[in-house]
Every structure is written in C-alpha cells, then in structure tokens.
Design a protein around this ligand. Sequence first.
Ligand SMILES: [Zn+2]
Length: 260
Amino acid sequence: MGKGGRSVKRCLKSDPEPLCLATYRNAWPQGTWNEFRDTQCYQTVRSTSRTDQGGLCAYCERLLPENDRQIAHFHPKSDTNGSVNWALLWPNLWFACCGGDQATMVHPDSYLPPTVENRSCDVAKEDNVVDGHVFSPAELPAFPRLFRYEQRTDCMDIAPDDVNCAAAGVAVNLAESTVTTFNLNCRRLSEARMRVHKAIESQIKRLRENSPQAATHYQTLVQRHLSKGVDGNWKPFFTMIRWRFGTTAEAYLQSINYQG
Ligand SMILES: [Zn+2]
C-alpha cells in the first residue's frame, strides 16, 4: 500500500513529508513510535497532519478538540515483519480521534457509554491489517461523493451511495467495510451527526422564513459550510454536509476545484 488509510473524505497528505521525520528515520531506521514521541518532530507531525486534514478525524470526520487527538497508524505499527518501518512512514500516519475510549471526556461526541459498543476509528480497527479492505483517503476520488446518510430517531447513519460508487467504478462492499471496520454507525457518532444535521436544518429553515433573497443566501450558507474556516478547519462531518446540500454542494466544490 503506502498511501495510508481511511475512509469517508478524501484527504491528501503534505508532500514532501516533514523534513524532521525523514531525518529521524534516516538516523534511526528501526526507531519505534514510543521513541519518536519524545522528539520535537512528533509535535511537527501532529500539527502537519492536523493542518492537512483541516482538523478532522481521518475516519469519523469529527472536528477534534485538543484532548481527543492522536496520530493513528493505518497499517499497524506492531507489524515489524517486513522491511517497512510502519511506525515512522509518513503516508501511514493520520490525525485521528481517540475513538471514544476516554472515560474522562464529558462531551457525548467524545465519550458515550457503553464504551465498547461506541468505540470507533483507530480504536475499533485495533491492530488489524485492513489494507485493501477499506478506502484509503488519498486514493478516494474527490468526486463523486461515495457515501449517503439515513435518518433514524435522533441518529444519522452513514451508508454507501450505491449509485455514486457505481459511477466511480468503486466496489460498494469496500464502502460498507469502511463503515463497519471503523464502527462509524455507533450510537455516539450517529447522534453526533444528527446534532450537526439538526443545526443545519434550522439554519435553512430560518433562512427560508426570513430572507427575501433566500436563494442567494442559500448559496452563501452552502459555501460557509463547505469551506475551511479562518482557523484552517473544515466543518465536522463534511461529507454529510456535502450530501445534505446535494447538487448545490457539488457545484460549489467543483467551482473551488475541491481536491480533498
Ligand atoms: Zn474518529
């Protein structure tokens, strides 16, 4: 593989990689992740990955607060069988959440009992090798959108978009196993998506009720939700927002030459 991994939203990593990482790997070809975490470069890797991904978890697309962030290895760093040092390979390092495993977190987006059922992302994947069985973010097309969403009571579930997968020549079961591998439909994430969805719906409703130029303002609303903020962050659950705004979203993303 080599392109790294995950899932719902396309994402491109900085190229070239941070110079300090290349330097460290050349000096310590067998260096471990634990050793690397003690270096200044570890902070550079974290901040570069965060910038590359616009602040979103590589797997669930949550916008991550400071105490719910880590660098996750797509291909497990415990695999030391071959010649590749997965621990320090740049395309293998992704900015991700802590997977709902931190009982100290108060916000239900970050932690919701029962813990095991609500584990997601890197924590749900565990040390399994899933290369080739789930989407790799760098290899996902920017267009079309490969996922759609289904509303249940207080939940918004993610599902493969069969039509768009077919149009992109992508196997639907790859999209399905991406959802199951990272447990993206656990209640914690489905409810978090629904909270964002409800907020957007009420914005649309307000706009339609109050604005004489609703159509123009609707365009502005779409742009605001699908652009990076001044802090460089995407809005959480970018792909769901994209789905919600349909053809208007696609037209806007085309117009900005969206690449991921
Ligand atoms: Zn996540």
